[in-house]
Structure formats: C-alpha cells, structure tokens
Design a protein around this ligand. Sequence first.
Ligand SMILES: [Zn+2]
Length: 110
Amino acid sequence: MYKPRRIHFLLYQAQQGRCFHCLEPMLDRVWTRGKRGEKGWTQEHVIPLSQGGGRAGNVVLAHRLCNGRRGNQPLSDIDLARARMIIAAVAARLPTAPPVLPYIPLRRIA
Ligand SMILES: [Zn+2]
C-alpha cells in the first residue's frame, strides 16, 4: 500500500502544481487539517464518494475553494479524460500499479 503523501506528491507534479479545475497554481504543502488556505490543495474525488467513487485511483488535486464549488457535480467528459490522464501518469511512476485502477466511463464526445 502506498502512502497517500507519495500519491499526493506525484499528483502535484503531474498537474504541474495547478488546480484541476481552474488551472491556477496551488500552494504546496497547504494540507494541514483545519488550516487549509483557499489556494491550498485538497483531494478532489473524480467520481464523488457519494456516487460510488472509490479512493484509490480516483483522486486529483484541486483548490479547496474549487473543490467546494464543484460539490457533487459530475465531471464533463473532457474533464474525465483529463483526470484519467493525470491518474495514469501517476500510476506509471509507482513501482507497481495501485491496487484499484480507476474505471472512468468515457462516452463519445459529440
Ligand atoms: Zn482552483
């Protein structure tokens, strides 16, 4: 099992330090529980936990504010594809595949 910190670090690198939603820079290391600045990063569940999304392979990083704005809205197909690329880039840098790979259904983009 991989330590979440390692995954978060790799996600941060794969996203070039930018928020998944607004693409503005996220402040590194603003992760202290209860003391998250608006520009700090949080775990953003690609498929919300409330809609059956898992934890492993289902996380990208986003500003706390942007994460909150999204709430439980499903991601667009383009954003799903983008999240899948980020997660795949992180998975490729782990010694072996994470225990649960994400299943993100892709519909045709009209
Ligand atoms: Zn943002």
